[in-house]
Design a protein around this ligand. Structure first.
Ligand SMILES: Cc1cc2nc3c(=O)[nH]c(=O)nc-3n(C[C@H](O)[C@H](O)[C@H](O)COP(=O)(O)OP(=O)(O)OC[C@H]3O[C@@H](n4cnc5c(N)ncnc54)[C@H](O)[C@@H]3O)c2cc1C
Length: 475
């Protein structure tokens, strides 16, 4: 098992490189120069910004919208994620604890509306975003993970939605995918895989076609809140009544958001193609799979017979500082993803990997996103996707559109807009504590996979978040 990855993590992701190759030299949108006026200025050209632009145009076609993106649309997390698309049925248990049963169900139902919306978009004629949909499997891959299976199934039953989570024996699990370490699991109905960067680039194209004025290679350098607001860039500015800031982890250092969010990182490796090995292990369906670690391994196939294996175990940033190289270049985290691939799907030891990469993820205190308006302003923002944003950014786009338009509807009434988001300990305790707990949990989960007993110190430190009633860092 490699202690360092076969390929050091670096940008662009395999997905983004593939999407750009497919576009064969599509020119970037022009950079902004001079002053322009728009009804709405959107900052950030990932899923959140682009879904918001499309939601606004669908509801109010005459609205003028200008969207600026620091690099190219989709070059952030939206073009480098695992492409696993599902809402919140898998999170019912945690959500019930943090926001209550009714609110949990309303969020899960909103996720299903989002799933329908993304499917309709991704599969529309002329789009090739590799949408494949057959459900979502959570698998126990160590004895210590077995107990979690009941949590999914019992919560779904108690909340009156038993069809949302069906228990699978080891034999039933092998029917979907055979592995010497799979022990049984849960089948969750809602789940698809997508080519994340092609989805982001298709959203970009749709936004342009809908009349959104797009400027790439244009970073916001300042924001003067007022009536109107002014979004400043190096060579120009946008004067706009409404502003949506959709810059993902960059927002973690915003004064209003800082208490509620910390920045970790997630890493992925893309294997070489191996369709015969996939067939030999029975993985012929389109289900995506994740294990039941807290620092989860998430994995899925591609249409050309590769496996993407991700590990949500990357380092934490101090004080939301997204410039830290370890959020994108941590060899140890990429090696963990690669070791996960070889342990969970041993046939891939002979196949090897082609690429690895990593990126920052915005973890909120209750692991749910929040969509808010800065007090006393017309500036709206989204944050806290917690490593799970492909489906939720559609919800984010709808919620932000409702906030911009001042509409009281199913989106702006969701707990994702209305709840009081819990706070995390302040810095430096957040960083020091977060780093210690991360190391302890990794040590416990690694030991459990080896059927070894974790050290008592690691067990004690890993239990700290639970003692303080935090949802983040709780196994
Ligand atoms: C390795 C990895 C794997 C993941 N896997 C999954 C998964 O399988 N399933 C899932 O649901 N979620 C996954 N996620 C999370 C998901 O990718 C994100 O939650 C989601 O893409 C967030 O979208 P966004 O538009 O908010 O952010 P982004 O896509 O990051 O977009 C923000 C954009 O803002 C731009 N920007 C930043 N600052 C400025 C500025 N000053 N001016 C202008 N533009 C700016 C950036 O360049 C960027 O393009 C994963 C994340 C990572 C990193």
């Amino acid at each position: 098992m490699p202690a360092s990855p076969s390929v050091l993590p670096n940008d662009p992701s395999w997905w983004f490189a593939d999407a750009m190759k497919q576009e064969r030299g599509e020119a970037p949108a022009p950079a902004l120069s001079g002053e322009i006026t728009a009804d709405v200025a959107i900052v950030g050209g990932g899923y959140t910004g682009l879904w918001t632009a499309l939601a606004l145009k669908a509801r109010k076609p005459d609205l003028s919208i200008a969207l600026i993106e620091a690099g190219l649309c989709g070059s952030g997390a939206s073009g480098k994620n695992g492409g696993k698309v599902h809402g919140y049925w898998a999170s019912l248990q945690g959500m019930e604890k943090s926001i209550g049963a009714d609110a949990a169900l309303s969020v899960a139902r909103a996720g299903t509306v989002a799933q329908d919306g993304i499917r309709a978009f991704a599969t529309a004629p002329g789009r090739d975003a590799w949408w494949r949909e057959a459900g979502n499997l959570r698998v126990s891959a160590a004895p210590a993970q077995d107990a979690k299976i009941a949590g999914y199934v019992e919560t779904a039953r108690r909340l009156g939605v038993p069809e949302a989570a069906r228990e699978l024996s080891a034999a039933e699990m092998a029917h979907y995918c055979r592995s010497p370490v799979f022990r049984g699991g849960v089948f969750l109905q809602e789940g698809a895989n997508v080519h994340p960067a092609r989805l982001a680039r298709a959203l970009r194209k749709a936004a342009i076609e809908a009349g959104v004025k797009l400027y790439e290679n244009t970073a916001m350098t300042g924001l003067d809140k007022g009536s109107p607001n002014r979004v400043r860039t190096a060579k120009g500015q946008i004067v706009a009544r409404e502003v949506v800031v959709a810059t993902n982890c960059e927002l973690a250092s915003l004064k209003e958001a800082k208490p509620h969010v910390t920045v970790f990182s997630s890493y992925a490796v893309m294997s070489n193609p191996a369709p015969e090995e996939l067939a030999a292990m029975n993985w012929t369906g389109e289900e995506g799979i994740s294990d039941m670690r807290m620092f989860v391994h998430y994995f899925r196939k591609t249409v050309d017979g590769r496996v993407l294996m991700g590990s949500g175990s990357g380092p934490i940033a101090y004080d939301g500082d997204t410039s830290l190289p370890r959020l994108r270049q941590d060899a140890a985290s990429a090696a963990r993803a690669e070791r996960g691939l070889y342990r969970l799907l041993p046939a891939f030891r002979e196949i090897g990997i082609e690429k690895s990469w990593g990126g920052a993820i915005d973890i909120s205190a209750d692991r749910l996103p929040f969509f808010k308006t800065l007090p006393g302003s017309r500036v709206h923002y989204a944050l806290g996707y917690s490593g799970h944003g492909v489906n939720p950014t559609y919800i984010g786009g709808q919620c932000l559109a409702s906030l911009v338009l001042g509409e009281k509807d199913m989106w702006s009434s969701l707990p994702l807009c209305t709840r009081e988001v819990p706070s995390l300990p302040p810095e430096p305790f957040r960083f020091i504590g977060g780093r210690a707990v991360r190391r302890a949990i990794l040590a416990c989960e690694d030991a459990e996979e080896r059927n070894a007993t974790p050290s008592p110190v690691a067990v004690a430190v890993a239990a700290i978040p639970r003692l303080f009633g935090l949802r983040i860092g709780t196994r």
